[in-house]
Design a protein around this ligand. Structure first.
Ligand SMILES: Cc1cc2nc3c(=O)[nH]c(=O)nc-3n(C[C@H](O)[C@H](O)[C@H](O)COP(=O)(O)OP(=O)(O)OC[C@H]3O[C@@H](n4cnc5c(N)ncnc54)[C@H](O)[C@@H]3O)c2cc1C
Length: 113
C-alpha cells in the first residue's frame, strides 16, 4: 500500500557552502537560516538568560550545526541506559564511536579507546 507523508518544516531547503564545510556554520553569513529563542533563566549562572540558536531551514539545527564531535563521558551514556534507554549505554555505543573518523585523535585512539 502506498502512503503519503506530509513533512512540515520551519524554513526552506538550503544548499550553502556554509552548511557543508565543518565549522563554517559558526560563520554563517545568511541570518535567514537561523533564529534565536531565549533560554529559561539559568539558576547556576545567576538566572541569566541566553539566546539559543536554532536552524530556520529544512533539518533545523542538524543542518546548520558546526559538525564538531566530542565523545561524552561514559557515566552519562550509562545513566541514560539506567533510566530505561536500553542500548544507549557506553558498552553498546562504543563500537559506533570507533567508526567516527577522528583525525585529530589518530595518535590518541590507541590510548584513549
Ligand atoms: C550554529 C550551531 C552550531 C552547532 N554546532 C554543533 C556542533 O559543532 N556539534 C554538535 O554536536 N552540535 C552542534 N550544534 C547543536 C546541534 O545542531 C543540535 O543539538 C541538534 O542538531 C539538535 O537536533 P534535534 O533533532 O533535536 O533538532 P533539529 O535538528 O533542530 O530538528 C528539529 C526539526 O524540527 C523542525 N521544526 C522546528 N520548528 C518547527 C515548526 N514550528 N514546525 C515544523 N517544523 C519545525 C526543524 O525544521 C527541524 O527539522 C549546533 C547548533 C547550532 C545552531
Amino acid at each position: 500500500m502506498l502512503a503519503s507523508v506530509l513533512v512540515v518544516e520551519y524554513g526552506d531547503l538550503a544548499d550553502s557552502w556554509n552548511l557543508s564545510i565543518p565549522y563554517y556554520a559558526n560563520y554563517l553569513q545568511d541570518a535567514s537560516l537561523m533564529f534565536t529563542t531565549p533560554s529559561v533563566p539559568q539558576r547556576g549562572l545567576g538566572n541569566r538568560v541566553f539566546n539559543l540558536f536554532l536552524g530556520a531551514t529544512v533539518g533545523g539545527g542538524s543542518t546548520v550545526n558546526g559538525m564538531a564531535y566530542v565523545r561524552g563521558a561514559k557515566v552519562d551514556y550509562d545513566t541514560w541506559e539506567e533510566i530505561g534507554n536500553r542500548g544507549w549505554g557506553w558498552d553498546e555505543l562504543f563500537k559506533y564511536f570507533r567508526k567516527v573518523p577522528y583525525p585529530l585523535l589518530v595518535g590518541a585512539v590507541g590510548r584513549l579507546g
